[in-house]
Write a protein that binds this ligand. Sequence first.
Ligand code: GLN
Ligand code: ZN
Length: 766
Amino acid sequence: MNQIKSSNLGYPRIGEKREWKKVLEHYWAGNLEKDAFLKQMEEIRLQHLKKQKEQGIDIIPIGDFSFYDHVLDTAVMFGLVPERFENNSNGPVSLETYFDMARGNKGAVACEMTKWFNTNYHYIVPELHHVEPKLVENRPLQFFKEAKQKLNIDGKPVILGPITFVKLSKGYKKSDFNNVVKKFVPLYAQILKQLQTEGVQWVQIDEPILATNVSLDELELFQEVYHQLHEAAPNVKVILQTYFDRIDYFKEVCSLPVQGIGLDFVHDGGHHLAALNQFGFPQDKVLAAGVINGRNIWRGNLDEKLATITELSTFVSRDRLIVQPSSSLLHVPVTVKSEETLDEVIKNALSFADEKINEVVILTRALNNGIESVQNQITESTSAIQSLNKSSFRNNIEVQDAVNNIHLYDVDRRAELSVRQELQANAFDLPLLPTTTIGSFPQTKEVRNKRLKWRKGELTDVEYEDYIKAEIKKWIDIQEELGLDVFVHGEFERTDMVEYFGEKLLGFQFTKFGWVQSYGSRCVKPPLIYGDVDLKELMTVKETVYAQSLTSKPVKGMLTGPITILNWSFVRDDIPRYEVANQIALALRKEVDSLEKNGIQMIQVDEPAIREGLPLKRENWENYLNAAVYAFKLATTSVQDETQIHTHMCYSDFKNIIDTIDALDADVISIETSRSHGELIQAFEETTYNKGIGLGVYDIHSPRVPRVEELLRNIDRALQVLDPKLFWINPDCGLKTRGIEETVAALKVMVEAAEHTREKLLVNKR
Ligand code: GLN
Ligand code: ZN
C-alpha cells in the first residue's frame, strides 16, 4: 500500500454564488433567526466537505470554515475578547460578541483588521492586553466530530499555530514574545490531547510565519513549543504547514518534532527542491508537497508538476508523500463552471478552487495508478494551456516588439527636478500650500444606478455620457466655489480604480462569479490579465478634457498605476510579472501622452498598492521595488518638463519605502497619513524630501467633518519637517465613499485651514 495521498489546506468559504455572504448579511440585517443562520451555515460547510470528498481528496481539511475570519476564530477559541466588548461569559464566546469584535457595536470600535501576509485577504488582529487566554471551546474537535457524524469524513483539523498566532496579535511587548507564546502552549496541548482521544489522525498546524524572515531565537522557540506539543499528544500526526514563500533554516525546520512538514513548491523560487538535494528529508516524516498554485487561477502544467513530485519521491518514500495545493484555496474563486460567458480559450485555461482540487487528484492518481489512468485529463489540460499560449491574445506582435525594445525608452524625465520645479511654478501660478483632492467625489446611489441602467441598455451611450458630464460640471462648480486650487473631474464614470481601466485595456477579462473573500462578507472580483496588454481605446481623455474646458484652474488627469493594476489582478503566469507590469506601463504611457497632447498639464498616477505587494522575504524587496519604480517611470516620464506628474499612495505604512517613493521621481505625491501620522512624519525627519508632497490632513474613512483646529494641528506638524514651499493640502484619499454634504463641509474646512496657515506663514516671514 505505497499510496501517495492527496490533500487540501483550506477551501473558499463564500460558495459558488456567494451563498455564504448572503446568509451572513441576512443574519446581520436581522432577517434570519440565529438557529436558521447556524443551520444554513452548516449546510454550506458540509457541502464544501462533500465536494472535496466526491472529487477524491484523501485528507480533507476541517475547521478552515469560518463565519468571518479564522484568526478571529482562534482568538475567540482562547476567550480573547477585548474589555470594551464586555464579555462576561466564561464559556464559549457568543455569536453576538464574535461579530461585535469583527464589526464594532454602538459602544465599542471593531478590532483592527490587516492584510494576511502578501494576500488581499484581511484578518482581524487579536488583542492580547489584559486578557488571560484560556481554552473556552475546542473548535477543531467540534468540526472533526461534525464531519465524522454527518459525512463519515475523517477530517484534518486546521489550526493556526501558536507562534504565528501571537506574531499576528497585538497588545504585548516585543521583548515578551516568547513568554506570551508559552502561555498558549498548554492550551494548544489541550486541543491536541482531546483530538488524540477522539482518534484524530492528521492535524495541520499552520505556521506561515516560517515563510517570512525568521530569527534564530524564533527558531529555538519553535523547537521548544513543538517539542511540548508532541509530548502532550504523541499519537496525533502533526503536519507543520508553511506557505506563500520558502522557509529559511530548511534543515532545522524539517527536524522539528512533528510528523509532517508542509512546504510551498510554487512560491519558493526553487529553493525547497534545492534544499532537499542538499539536506535530504528525514526518514520518519511526511512531506506535504504544495505543487498546485493556491494563489493564482491558471491551470498548472501537469507534466511539470508530475516531474516535480517524481523527483520528490526520490527523497521521501511514497507512503510519506502528500500532494496538495501550495496554500489554502481561500484566495481563489470557487469554480470555473459558473463562467458561461467567457471566451472558451481563456475559460479552458482557468483553474479555480474546484478545478485545483481536481488537479491535485489527477496528479495523485497518475502517481498511484500510472499516468495512463489520467492521460486524457493531462492531455486536455496541456492543450488548453497551449491554446491560450498560442492564441493571438498572447501574441500581440506590437506589444511584444515594444517590450523587447524597452531599453529604447528613456525612463528619466528630460530635465532634473529643480529645473522642472521652476518651469512648473511659472506654468501654474499656484499659491503657497496648494489645495487639491485625490480624485474621486461621492459615488452616490444615483451615479451607480445610472451606470447600471446604461449597462442594461436602459440608457443610451449618449444619455449616460451626458449624465456623467453633468456630474463633472456640478463638481467643477463646487470646487470653484470652495476655492480649491487644483481640480479633479471626480471619477463618476468609474466603478473601481482597476476595473475601469481593465475594461479599456486589451488582455483583461472580467469573470461573472470570480469572487474571493477580502474581509468578512466583503468579496472582490479581481480582473484576469490573460494576454498582452495594450490600449483598446483612450481611457480618460474625454472626461478630463471636458472638465478642463469648464475651468481656468488646472484639472489633474487621473490614472491607476501599473503596479496597483497588477497587484489587484490575477496575473498570467507564462511570462514574468514585471514584464506584465511593463506592458501595462507602456499602455499607460500612451494615455499620459494623449492627456498631455490634449492640454492636460497635471497627471496623477495612483499607486496605492505598491507597498502591499512587497515580498515576504526582505531579500526580495529590492528587485520588486526596482521593478515597481521602473514601471511607474515608464508610464510617466515621456512628458514635457512643464507637465506635473502626481502620484498617490494609501492603505499602508510607508516608513521603509521612502526611498522608493523618492525614486518614482513624481513631482508631487499625496499620501494617506492620518492613521499613522506620527510615524510618517518621523520618517521625513530622517530624509530630506525635495519634491511636492501632501500628507493627507484628514481621514476620509468616516463621515465626520473635521474641525479646523485638528487640520491646523496636522498641517503644523507636517510643516515642522517639510518645506512649506513644497507642501500640498489634501484629504487622505479619494472621496467616493463619502456623502455629498459631508464632503463639501470637510473640504470647506480644509480650504479654511490652508488659508489660515498661509497667512500665518506670511506673518512669520515679515
Ligand atoms: N484616485 C483614486 C480616488 O480618488 C485613488 C483611490 C485610492 O487611492 N485607493 O478614488
Ligand atoms: Zn488612496
